[in-house]
Design a protein around this ligand. Structure first.
Ligand code: C2O
Length: 537
């Protein structure tokens, strides 16, 4: 591979959306930020310089970072933040991955505006396992608040209540032609030539919403998710959670004209409140800019059958060249409950003396003030404990009522894994407070989503339904509302690896934990030493 150098300058930029302006944190003044291009096998060096008043880190979401956990990016997990006026070079090599991923800030709520695409092309002369598209286009889905996003979450933490939902969803940074104060020519336009096929690299960079994505009048062929090839299948709607990426082929096989593109929330919860739809247009060449737009109705917000249908259609390609290496036996078998809770908060006036929290196995994770990876590497004691519970400490039963005790304990507790051991984690939604879909993201690994069901996971019978042949391989998975999903991976990457809900509000509330993976014995099985410019806390 070759060496690729990038410069990411974190700067403020005044930006106008929905007829109002505010300064936002950006990379290089762009929203969404610049796309990082590389090939499989390349060494990527990104010099991030912080010119804003906030501490900053950048995470390369889905890049495996084999032995280079120092470049992973989550603040206080693998590194101390880059302080104002400081810089840090993220140095990593892309190994065994090709496709679309995303980068984003991994501290505070800066991810709202500090994000962009990662395109990993296959090695030179290695074709895609599907017909090469005429063109490739990045499609980033996001959210926009009229007020400052740090103020939004700070207010929520003070009150103990949920933060305000965003004022709009966005497609490539714009709410689109159907939004307030837009004209029908506004928003992102995907220009297409009749008869040609395009690959959309769709990225969900929204903070708090899983989204449905649709193009009026057109079918989409899914060919890859989270930088892993899939068995191609056709659908008119895709479901994409924050942190997930999906490559689809779209053939311009309809009559010339303009067609509406929609991105709308999926939230199968009785307390769902956000139903704004972002729009864009597919624009055939030689079509007048003002011609009427062929529209489509996005699925309703609680369209669980549409969501399930999409999820059930996903399969790893599992070809000779790209085999699905599903662990067939399991060394660590874990059951993690994920969900919300309520803790006392004497100062939370608006929350009536209580505040919303979120937890895995009843542990609401407390961020340390020293980076865990540094504490691990330099043997600094007192920063974390290695006693994260492998099973729920409080019994729950989703199908009847949730546990009477909705309170969680707090701690910086990690789960230890031996190098190269195989791990199964059943992620079970507790449905405490409300059943809700949680997109869980694991750093440092891809996993296979071997099973999924509604209600309780039943150790005796549920595994009989597992797919161990060609399950989808990815880095972020939705735990179904009031149900469970089972994932498997091999712990072949030494270091400290974050697992958390990619709905930012839930991460803030504590729905996170980390694995600590030992070094292996072989020469290439240890965490590399930290880079010289690694920030200190
Ligand atoms: Cu995309 Cu830990 O994040």
């Amino acid at each position: 591979g070759m060496v690729r150098h990038y410069k990411f300058n974190v700067v403020m930029k005044n930006t106008t959306r929905l007829c109002s302006s505010k300064p936002i944190v950006t990379v290089n003044g762009k929203f969404p930020g610049p796309t990082l291009y590389a090939r499989e096998g390349d060494n990527v060096l990104v010099k991030v310089t912080n010119h804003v008043k906030y501490n900053v880190t950048i995470h390369w979401h889905g890049i495996r970072q084999i032995r280079t956990g120092w470049a992973d990016g989550p603040a206080y997990i693998t590194q101390c933040p880059i302080q104002p006026k400081q810089s840090y070079v993220y140095n990593f090599t892309i190994t065994g991955q090709r496709g679309t991923l995303l980068w984003h800030a991994h501290i505070l709520w800066l991810r709202a505006t500090v994000h962009g695409g990662i395109v990993i092309l296959p090695k030179l002369h290695v074709p895609y396992p599907f017909p090469a598209p005429h063109k490739e286009v990045i499609v980033i889905l996001g959210e926009w608040w009229k007020s400052d996003t740090e103020a939004v979450i700070n207010e929520a933490l003070k009150s103990g209540l949920a933060p305000n939902v965003s004022d709009a969803h966005t497609i490539n940074g714009h709410p689109g032609p159907m939004s307030t104060c837009a004209t029908s020519q506004d928003g992102f336009k995907l220009k297409v030539d009749s008869g040609k096929t395009y690959m959309l690299r769709i990225i969900n960079a929204a903070l708090n919403e899983e989204l449905f994505f649709k193009v009026a009048g057109h079918q989409l062929t899914v060919v890859e998710v989270d930088a892993v090839y899939t068995k191609p299948f056709k659908t008119d709607t895709i479901l994409i959670a924050p942190g997930q990426t999906t490559n689809v082929l779209l053939t311009a096989d309809q009559g010339a004209g303009r067609y509406l593109v929609t991105a709308s929330p999926f939230m199968d919860s009785p307390i769902a409140v956000d139903n704004k739809t972002a729009t864009a247009t597919v624009h055939y060449t030689n079509t007048v800019a003002t011609s009427t737009i062929t529209t489509t109705n996005p699925p309703p917000q609680n369209a669980t059958p549409v969501a399930s249908n999409f999820i059930d259609s996903l399969r790893s390609l599992n070809s000779e060249q790209y085999p699905a290496k599903v662990p067939s036996k399991v060394d660590h078998s874990l059951l993690f409950t994920v969900g919300l809770g309520i803790n006392p908060c004497p100062t939370c006036a608006a929350g009536n003396g209580s505040r919303a929290v979120a937890a895995i196995n009843n542990v609401s994770f407390v961020m340390p003030t020293t980076a865990l990876l540094q504490a691990h590497y330099f043997n600094i004691s007192g920063v974390f404990t290695k006693d994260f519970p492998g099973n729920p400490p409080i019994t729950f039963n989703f199908t009847s009522s949730g546990p009477a005790n909705r309170q969680t304990m707090s701690g910086t507790r990690l789960y230890p894994l031996a190098y190269n051991s195989t791990v199964q984690v059943v992620l079970q939604d507790t449905g405490i407070i409300t059943p809700e879909n949680h997109p869980l993201h694991l750093h440092g690994f891809n996993f296979f989503a071997v099973g999924r069901g509604l209600g309780n996971y039943i150790p005796k019978t549920s595994p009989k339904t597992f797919n161990l042949i060609d399950p989808i391989e990815r880095n972020t998975i939705g735990v179904p509302s009031g149900g469970w999903t089972a994932i498997r991976f091999r712990a072949d990457n030494p270091g400290i690896w974050f697992l958390h809900c990619h709905l930012e509000v839930h991460t803030t509330w504590g729905l996170k934990m980390a694995f600590v993976v030992d070094n292996g014995k072989g020469p290439n099985e240890s965490l590399l030493p930290p880079p010289k410019d690694l920030p200190t806390c």
